[in-house]
Design a protein. Structure first.
Length: 127
């Protein structure tokens, strides 16, 4: 049985959201998700682009080494706790899971060469 069900998103950590949105939207031509009418992205900390089966997400306000840290690959799983347990059982270094937003559980890990990745499950939250 597969632990992951697909590539959910790739997160790129950025310092200047306005310049990065310009590059990915205006130069590469990727359509924005949800923020199509926006002109000023300088105060946004999360911007998503439609790329087909997976999302490209720009994450601003990072205290990491922007431009040096690897983008984070995020895999979709049915249940973060179950998937984390299976990965740890296979010798993969995983952190504890956390609630990133209502209905969104995330857990970070590292592949055998130290590249970061995340697993994420999303459940609809009734309002």
């Amino acid at each position: 049985m597969a632990i992951v069900s697909g590539l959910l998103e790739i997160v790129v950590y950025v310092k200047d959201m306005q310049k990065q949105v310009h590059f990915y939207r205006d130069v590469l031509g990727l359509p924005l998700r949800d923020l199509a009418g926006e002109a000023d992205f300088s105060r946004h900390f999360w911007v998503e682009f439609e790329t087909g089966a997976c999302t490209l997400a720009l994450h601003g306000g990072s205290e990491g080494r922007v431009g040096q840290d690897a983008p984070r690959i995020v895999f979709q799983v049915a249940d973060v706790e179950t998937a984390r347990h299976a990965l740890v059982g296979n010798g993969i270094k995983m952190g504890q899971y956390r609630i990133a937003a209502p209905g969104v559980k995330v857990c970070e890990g590292f592949d055998p060469e130290g590249n970061p990745f995340s697993i994420e499950s999303r459940q609809e939250v009734s309002v």
